[in-house]
Design a protein around this ligand. Structure first.
Ligand code: F6P
Length: 462
């Protein structure tokens, strides 16, 4: 049954939306627009297409905006109660589903699926239902709905019941766990997640590996895929945007400041991450320390530029991890630093212009996640770097499927091997580096965000 006021032909649903609000000191609301692949993807279909983005209010400012009826055209923010959202987002999505798909548990002690977990799971269901109901209300007859990520795994199934006429897609921006690891979830929850996803007509993943893992989980726990189709869409870097943005004045300013911090004539090993437990920043620092031990010829001649931006700071384990990154960076600086050389330049305050400045200055990009859906940094640095960079890349990053041949591949747990890979990258002959870098750029930009989005839409409608 289609809602009488449903008019949207294309709908996107995600926890975090394209805009956020904060209450200023004078009580007024300030809005901020975010970037990212989905934002540029959606803009590709044009404002006249009747597209709607359904997202959750995340902050007090967002909730206030919903209550005051403030909003942007094409965006509907759901005022999910703060405690329900906290259970669903922090408790289930980030502390359970993220951990399962990235295989992050320290299994002797965790996970423990107790009564508290069941209580939080009920909130996750409530939160997913709020999305399903809003989408059911807003969608025009036969509209296409593109649901995003592990926050919303139950939405396709719930929406299918409410609106069988819709074309429903779901895209996972994370890895998917292999069946042996997914089996850690309580049996009924594992089935509920898979059946929720299988409510979609089509499921998208970033790599073949994650799509195959999902299929294997369905075969083992849900009797197979049924009628649901599975596709792979490897999101690429937005080269036009990045090249233009990285030559604006604020990036030039940041470059000048960074050069001061690095010092004249030194090589750079650059990493830029949101400080997520899966990014492996600590082992990256350990590998850098190993490099300075094993190859003393690099002392004073190289700087590790590491930007570790805060993420999910409501979770103690994330805060502790950030503190460990800072502690280790300081320890390395104390141990090896000299009056004119700071071996690690660490910044933890998010600054996009400074990230682009670091990309431009990169001789080596270090991307060594434990496990990662794609990792766009691996694709962005080669595109932006002024002189072409060498890429040290974890074999567990989704991007490795496309970039592996021209990167130096590492096992993310092996810091001795990673140190050797850093040495190899720093020592790469310039012609070799230029050639590899060109091929990295070609692979990294093969599927720009707009095409990535439109391909999914076409496949869903086709
Ligand atoms: O990078 C993977 C991802 O799941 C993205 O799809 C999503 O935008 C993000 O992580 C969620 O992060 P946050 O918890 O900051 O909203």
């Amino acid at each position: 049954m289609a809602s009488s006021f449903g008019a949207a032909q294309v709908l996107v649903a995600s926890n975090r939306g394209p805009v956020s609000y904060a209450v200023a000191d004078d009580g007024s609301l300030r809005s901020r627009r975010g970037g990212g692949g989905l934002v540029s993807g959606l803009s590709a279909i044009g404002p006249e297409s009747g597209a709607l983005w359904v997202c959750s209010a995340l902050s007090d400012g967002d909730r206030e905006a919903v209550r005051r009826g403030v909003g942007e055209d094409g965006v509907r923010m759901l005022d999910v109660p703060a405690d329900v959202h906290a259970d669903a987002y922090n408790g289930i999505a980030n502390s359970v589903l993220w951990f399962v798909h990235h295989m992050l548990y320290q299994t002797p002690l965790e996970p423990v699926f107790d009564a508290e977990f069941r209580r939080q799971w009920a909130s996750y269901e409530t939160y997913n239902r709020a999305f399903a109901e809003a989408l059911a209300e807003e969608a025009a007859e036969g509209a296409a709905v593109l649901v995003q990520d592990y926050h919303l795994t139950l939405v396709p199934g719930m929406l299918r019941e409410l609106r069988p006429d819709l074309r429903i897609g779901h895209f996972s921006h994370t890895p998917w766990a292999p069946p042996e690891y997914f089996a850690m979830l309580p049996d009924d929850i594992a089935r509920q997640v898979l059946r929720g996803m299988l409510g979609a007509d089509r499921l998208g993943f970033l790599t073949r590996r994650w799509a195959d893992a999902f299929t294997a989980c369905c075969e083992r726990f849900a009797g197979g895929l049924g009628d649901t189709r599975v596709g792979v869409h490897g999101l690429g870097a937005d080269a036009d945007f990045l090249r233009a943005r990285s030559h604006e004045a604020d990036v030039d300013e940041r470059m000048a400041a960074l050069k001061e911090e690095i010092g004249e004539g030194r090589r750079t090993i650059v990493r830029v991450d949101r400080t997520e437990l899966s990014k492996n920043i600590v082992r990256g620092l350990l590998a850098y320390r190993q490099l300075l031990d094993d190859r003393p010829e690099w002392r004073e001649r190289v700087v590790h530029v590491a930007f570790a931006y805060p993420s999910r700071q409501d979770l103690a384990v994330y805060r502790d991890y950030t503190a460990e990154v800072q502690r280790l960076a300081e320890e390395i600086n104390e141990q090896y630093g000299t009056p004119g050389w700071r071996p690690v330049v660490l910044h933890v305050k998010d600054d996009f212009a400074r990230s682009l400045a670091a990309y431009r200055l990169a001789d080596v990009a270090l991307v060594n996640p434990i496990r990662d859906g794609m990792n766009l940094v691996a694709k962005e640095v080669p595109v932006v770097s002024d002189t072409g960079c060498a890429l040290v890349l974890s074999r567990e990053a989704g991007a490795h499927e496309e970039l592996g041949e021209d990167a130096i591949t590492v096992n993310p747990y092996d810091v001795v091997q990673t140190a050797e890979a850093l040495h190899e990258a720093l020592s790469m002959r310039p012609e070799d580096r230029t050639e590899r870098s060109k091929r990295l750029v070609a692979a990294a930009t093969a599927l720009p965000p707009a095409r990535w989005f439109l391909d999914q839409l076409e496949a869903l409608r086709g």
